[in-house]
Design a binder for this molecule. Structure first.
Ligand SMILES: *Cc1c(COP(=O)(O)O)cnc(C)c1O
Length: 458
């Protein structure tokens, strides 16, 4: 395309310099602007003859980027932050430049090979069988839906047509992520979310009781048990072995949602909490959360990918060539066949590159570092007279309360911290009570950052 005012040289320098500077600096927190403010500042950016690349980049750098909160800031501790490595972010530029179609082996075999080695590392951490495999999808929401579609497929296949017009049912717990409910809506399935224990874990007796109390017709509709390997709100790990037992007794699919917490598998200090995960039929973890990869990246793994392939493969005249064994291994491993998608960016590559470059020990240490900061931070919070832990942290989420404060106090404090560019910490709720929550996934977050928060809550 004709560049209005910019040579390729100048454009390259400007873009690469911007990206490298952004990776290197401690980013400002920044913060949201209203639609009206952005309209006033950026104006109308789409025009017949274009702004020119340098002007468009200026608008991004001066107006648009500052209206996005930097989720890799060490005191961005809300939701689940991001902490992509330099290697992963810079390699993302290469992935974009390489125009790789990541859906088929025929077109993207080299990329798929590398992605699959990264997936294998995760499968080995989880203790999944040698035949396990899967694909990188956009996020936990897409991963959960794709896995549960395969679960339903197995249930219907096993019933030999008896349930083809029957609504399926998923049994989960109240601690399960909202994307499980969304998957049920998308699949027109029912979700029974049983009450959790006092710390938000799947309550095994409640699960057994809920299933036992079901009418036989409903029990037959169960096609998956979903457990969470690190709940998003509290960071606690369900009893995966017990959930696996119950799924096995019912003869149904066992799915483990580790979108946030699955990274804990890499950390010897918490690995034990995941016992039973090796029995999962499917498992997801988001490298864009706690495995230091840029958005958007979720590793979706199946213990037996052949079932996933039957459930997800799209058939069309123009696609058949991808599934016939050809000279270059067409039909070898087509990532498109393992989730609810077709065209895909090779979004596992930035994660693969970083893992290949730094080695798995660096990942182990980085996850351990965040765990240490979260746990030592929790000790400081417990020791502060004005604060109180809500539960003992298990992974890297810390829930706590400021004595005497309510929702309005928390929100005012949160707003002030962001306005002053100190930190981004939003309140959550626990058993109906507004509380504070921090989630540490960034190895650059230090104990001093936590101290600063504690002092600001005086
Ligand atoms: C974040 C999260 C999800 C959703 O993942 P996205 O990547 O945001 O779609 C699902 N499950 C759990 C447990 C999560 O923490």
């Amino acid at each position: 395309m004709h560049q209005r005012d910019t040579s390729v040289e100048v454009l390259t320098q400007a873009i690469v310099r911007y990206a490298v500077d952004r990776v290197r600096m401690e980013p400002p927190l920044d913060g949201p602007r209203t639609q009206a403010e952005l309209q006033a500042m950026a104006g109308s950016t789409i025009s017949e003859h274009g702004l020119g690349a340098l002007e468009a980049l200026r608008v991004f750098g001066d107006v648009l980027a500052p209206a996005c909160i930097s989720s890799d800031h060490p005191r961005f501790l809300s939701f689940v932050p991001a902490a992509p490595t330099e290697a992963s972010v810079l390699f993302d530029l290469v992935v974009g430049a390489s125009s790789i179609y990541g859906g088929s082996w025929l077109e993207g075999g080299g990329a798929v090979f590398a992605e699959n080695q990264a997936l294998r590392w995760i499968a080995d951490l989880a203790g999944m069988p040698a035949a396990a495999g899967g694909v990188f999808v956009t996020g936990g929401t897409a991963g959960n839906l794709s896995a549960l579609i395969v679960a339903r497929h197995r249930w219907r296949t096993k019933a030999g047509g008896r349930f083809d017009r029957t609504r399926g049912l998923i049994v989960s717990s109240k601690g399960a992520h909202s994307s499980i409910a969304l998957a049920c809506r998308a699949m027109d399935a029912d979700e029974v979310a049983v009450a959790s224990d006092a710390e938000g874990r799947l309550h095994v007796e409640n699960l057994r009781d809920a299933i036992a109390a079901m009418a036989p017709d409903d029990r037959e509709r169960i096609f998956a048990i979903v457990a969470t390997g690190g709940t998003t709100n509290a960071g606690v790990v369900d009893d995966l072995a017990a959930a696996a037992d119950i799924a096995a007794e019912l003869g149904v699919w066992f799915h483990v949602d580790g979108a946030y917490g699955g990274a804990g598998l890499a950390a010897p200090s918490v690995r034990d909490k995941f016992r039973g995960i090796e029995r999962a039929d499917s498992f997801i973890v988001d490298p864009h959360k706690w495995l230091f990869a840029p958005y958007d990246c979720c590793a979706l793994l199946y213990s037996d990918p052949t079932e996933a392939k039957v459930a997800h493969t799209q058939h069309a005249e123009y696609l058949d060539v991808l599934h016939t064994d050809g000279e270059h291994g067409a039909g070898e491993w087509n990532p498109s066949d393992y989730a609810h998608h077709l065209s895909r960016r090779a979004r596992g590559l930035p994660f693969w590159f970083s893992l290949a470059a730094y080695g798995t020990a660096a990942y182990r240490e980085a996850v351990e570092t965040t765990l240490r900061v979260a746990h030592e931070g929790a000790r400081l919070i417990a020791a502060a007279p004005h604060l109180e832990l809500v539960i003992e942290p298990e992974l890297s989420v810390v829930l706590f309360r400021r004595r005497g404060w309510g929702q309005a106090d928390y929100q005012a404090w949160s707003d002030r911290l962001l306005a002053e560019q100190v930190a981004f910490v939003v309140p959550t709720s626990w058993a109906g009570e507004p509380v504070l929550r921090i989630c540490v996934v960034n190895p650059r977050t230090t104990l001093d950052d936590i101290r600063l928060l504690i002092d600001s809550l005086q």
